[in-house]
Design a protein around this ligand. Structure first.
Ligand SMILES: [Zn+2]
Length: 381
C-alpha cells in the first residue's frame, strides 16, 4: 500500500511544475492606482493659510504646498506645525523680487537655508517663481542646485498640458535617456490660478480634465479669508469657497499630494524601467532600474507597482537592501515607505505591505534602485 499522502500531490505539482512563475509587473502611472494627481499650492504664506487652509486640509486628510517668502515670516511655529502635518514648505525667495539682475545666492539659496534652519530636519525641494516670471539663467540655477521642479503661472490648456507624459507613450522617445524630460519643462510647470471669481464648475473641470487624460493638475491659491481672518493680499477667496473646492476634490478620489511628491513621482516614473532578473516555479525576481541613477540623491520615494499573478492571496514581496551601504539609509528607506511601513526582516531585507486589488492582482509601493524585489508564491495550507 502506498504511504505517500495524497493531499501533498497538488502542492508538489505546483512547486515542481514545469512552468516558471511569470507574473505581469507594471509601474502605475500614479501612486495607489489613482487616475490623476493634484497639487494644491498656496503662495506668500498670508494670514488665511495657517488660520484657515492648514486646518481645512487636515480635516480632509489632505496635504498642500506652501510657497514662503522668508523675509516676511515673523513666526515660524505655524510653519513648523504645517510641515509636521505633511505639508510642503517651498522656496518662494527671500523678498519676492522680479528675477532680473538679482543675486540667486541671496534670493534662492538663502531662502532655502532659512527654511531648513527654522524647520529642523526639513529639506526644501521645489521653487515657485514670484509673479510667475522666469529667466533661463534662474531655471538653470534651480536645475543645477538640486531642485526637483519649479512652478510657474502659465495655465494648462491642452490635453498634453494635463497629461504630462505624452513622451512616455512614444517608445522611441521613452527609450532615449536624453529625452527623459520630455516636453515638460520641469523648471516651469503649469498651474491653474484660483481667482476670486473662479466658478466651482471651472475648478471641477480642471480636475476632470486631468482625470480624463490620466494626468495631473496644479492649483495656485493666494489669500483665503473669513469674518475673523482678514487676508486680502491677492486673489482672495472666502473659506466657504475653499471648502467647496476641497470637497469637490475629495469626491473624485484622486492623488492629492504635495507639489514636490507629485513631481518626484512623475520624474521617477519617466526615469524607471522594469528589468527581470530571474524566475522559478515559486519565485520571480525583478529590479526597478533608473535610467539616470540618483537624480534625487538620497530623497527616496516609492513608485506603485501592480502585479498580476495566478493567486494574489499567497504572494510575499521582499526587497533586498544590499545596495544601501549603511543602516542610516535603511532608516530613510523605511521612513520613505510612509505610514504602512515596510518590515525589516532579520536578514536585512524589507517585507513590503501588499494590497490585494482583485483575486489575481496585488499592489505595493517600492523604491527604485535600492535592491532587487522578489515575489514569492507561498503554498496554501
Ligand atoms: Zn508670490
Amino acid at each position: 500500500m502506498m504511504r505517500f499522502p495524497l493531499w501533498l500531490l497538488p502542492l508538489t505539482m505546483v512547486l515542481s511544475g514545469c512552468h516558471s512563475f511569470e507574473p505581469k509587473v507594471e509601474i502605475l502611472r500614479w501612486k495607489e492606482n489613482k487616475q490623476a494627481a493634484v497639487a494644491l499650492t498656496f503662495d506668500d504664506w498670508t494670514p488665511g493659510h495657517p488660520a484657515i487652509v492648514v486646518p481645512e486640509l487636515q480635516k480632509r486628510g489632505m496635504v498642500a504646498t506652501f510657497n514662503v517668502i522668508t523675509a516676511n515670516v515673523k513666526d515660524w511655529e505655524p510653519l513648523r506645525h504645517a510641515a509636521s502635518l505633511g505639508n510642503e514648505i517651498a522656496d518662494h525667495t527671500t523678498t519676492h523680487p522680479h528675477p532680473y539682475g538679482i543675486s540667486f545666492e541671496d534670493e534662492v539659496a538663502a531662502a532655502e537655508r532659512k527654511i531648513e534652519a527654522e524647520i529642523p530636519g526639513y529639506k526644501v525641494y521645489t521653487f515657485a517663481y514670484p509673479y510667475g516670471e522666469t529667466t533661463d539663467s534662474l531655471k538653470q540655477y534651480l536645475a543645477e542646485n538640486g531642485y526637483w521642479a519649479a512652478r510657474g503661472t502659465n495655465t494648462p490648456m491642452t490635453d498634453d498640458d494635463f497629461a504630462a507624459d505624452t513622451h512616455l507613450r512614444d517608445p522611441q522617445r521613452a527609450s532615449d535617456s536624453s529625452k527623459v524630460n520630455g516636453p515638460i519643462d520641469y523648471m516651469d510647470t503649469k498651474t491653474y490660478s484660483v481667482l476670486s471669481e473662479t466658478p466651482l464648475s471651472d475648478y471641477a473641470e480642471q480636475l476632470n480634465h486631468a482625470k480624463r487624460v490620466g494626468g495631473m493638475v496644479t492649483f495656485l491659491y493666494h489669500s483665503v479669508y473669513n469674518d475673523s481672518i482678514r487676508d486680502f493680499s491677492y486673489a482672495w477667496i472666502t473659506d466657504t469657497v475653499l471648502r467647496q473646492q476641497l470637497d469637490t476634490l475629495a469626491s473624485l478620489d484622486l492623488w492629492v499630494t504635495t507639489y514636490a511628491d507629485m513631481m518626484h513621482y512623475l520624474r521617477q516614473y519617466a526615469n524607471t524601467t522594469i528589468e527581470k532578473v530571474k524566475s522559478s516555479s515559486n519565485e520571480y525576481v525583478f529590479r526597478l532600474k533608473e535610467r539616470q541613477p540618483k537624480i534625487f540623491g538620497d530623497a527616496y520615494r516609492p513608485l506603485s507597482i501592480l502585479v498580476t499573478v495566478p493567486n494574489a492571496e499567497h504572494i510575499t514581496v521582499l526587497q533586498n537592501t544590499d545596495k544601501l551601504g549603511d543602516s542610516s539609509s535603511l532608516q530613510e528607506i523605511v521612513k520613505a515607505y510612509g505610514t504602512e511601513k515596510a518590515e525589516i526582516k532579520p536578514n536585512g531585507s524589507l517585507q513590503l505591505p501588499v494590497t490585494i486589488i482583485q483575486p489575481n492582482q496585488i499592489l505595493f509601493n517600492a523604491i527604485p534602485n535600492i535592491g532587487d524585489i522578489t515575489l514569492i508564491v507561498q503554498p496554501s495550507h
